[in-house]
Design a protein around this ligand. Sequence first.
Ligand SMILES: NC(=O)C1=CN([C@@H]2O[C@H](COP(=O)(O)OP(=O)(O)OC[C@H]3O[C@@H](n4cnc5c(N)ncnc54)[C@H](OP(=O)(O)O)[C@@H]3O)[C@@H](O)[C@H]2O)C=CC1
Ligand SMILES: CC(C)CCC[C@@H](C)[C@H]1CC[C@H]2C3=C(CC[C@]12C)[C@@]1(C)CCC(=O)[C@@H](C)[C@@H]1CC3
Length: 348
Amino acid sequence: MEKKTALITGANAGIGLALADRLLTEFPSIHLCLACRSKSKAEEAQTMLKEKHEEADICVLLVDVSNLESVYRAAEAIKKQYKHIDYLYLNAGIMPVSSVDWSHFWQCLFSSKCVDMFRTGDGLLKQVDGVTTDGMKQIFATNLFGHFALLKKVNSVLGGANRTTQVIWTSSSNAKKSAFMLSDIQHQHGSEPYSSSKYATDMISVALNERFNQQGIYSHTTCPGLVMTNLTYGILPSWFWTLLLPLLILIRIFTPTMNYSPYNGSEALVWLAKQPPQGIDPMCKYHSRLNWLGNRYVEPKKVNSNFIFLNYLFEIQLQLDVDISIAQKAYEELDKMETAIHKGIKLS
Ligand SMILES: NC(=O)C1=CN([C@@H]2O[C@H](COP(=O)(O)OP(=O)(O)OC[C@H]3O[C@@H](n4cnc5c(N)ncnc54)[C@H](OP(=O)(O)O)[C@@H]3O)[C@@H](O)[C@H]2O)C=CC1
Ligand SMILES: CC(C)CCC[C@@H](C)[C@H]1CC[C@H]2C3=C(CC[C@]12C)[C@@]1(C)CCC(=O)[C@@H](C)[C@@H]1CC3
């Protein structure tokens, strides 16, 4: 049997690192490529993984997904090194937050929106954005566009006549339809750039399936739930989260999204790698869950709904609803943007 290859962006920390560890346990002979922006952090992760999995075949690839020149260089290196990639995990991501809206928190706590607030974090965080050296919005460039450009450039080593590739995105239940606008795809004007980038991620995943399933490329989107990583430590300090642990365990009775550890959070990402991709519903987002007994499981949830009446009845579904035609347009928009930018960047 041919050896499988997995590439993970943002593999040096949090969910990406836990995923790398779990893939090595599930598939001991797998070749893992840790695609990270920091050489020292990537090598530290590589050493740590090799200590735990002595026979592991791991390499490091440097890529800053928010910098297109870096993405193009990484794509060239990937095409030189690999004939085929089996699993492409597009996981690197950021969520810069300036503060928590505590008054909104107290208001929601005693309302019907309480469980949903803990599930999605909707309206609780003041999201802030920056601008990359390419002049793009930072969150859009990191969470979505850099990954899109990478995908486009390594297309020749994905899928194929007798082989498949699974593209697996780390999205979020914070994805929000009303935060996204096709005319402002980078989210230059709104106040929810993270929610917009993750909604766009879900749409691009749907559009990728429409376009590339016939070439053996399958795209799946996931949500790891609430997980303690550098991302959440940027919202509240780690000691505060540690104090909150008993409360989060209690909240698990009402919502199975309080995964806490990156290990639990990577459940859906690992589970997908074990499924034949042809059998996975492309219109679902795959959520890592932890029930109140501490058992992990994966819950597929539709990203679209055909029941227009029910859509309006349940506001939550409206927040997620992915329209295939809008998804296609979003794909075309990104494709055009990438083509225009690529012309301006010449690699020496
Ligand atoms: N934690 C949570 O509760 C949730 C997280 N997610 C998503 O999970 C994914 C992983 O996040 P998580 O593990 O929590 O957070 P971490 O901050 O722990 O990990 C993020 C990883 O992405 C890397 N990264 C960030 N920016 C870039 C960049 N420009 N180029 C290359 N790599 C980059 C980081 O590298 P470095 O160490 O160098 O910064 C790090 O390896 C994200 O997409 C996030 O949106 C979704 C839902 C919930
Ligand atoms: C006393 C309370 C327990 C304090 C916690 C309140 C909030 C800071 C959290 C409640 C739900 C959390 C959450 C996220 C961040 C922190 C909260 C808003 C996310 C938005 C983090 C990133 C994601 O992608 C989402 C899936 C998370 C959803 C829940």
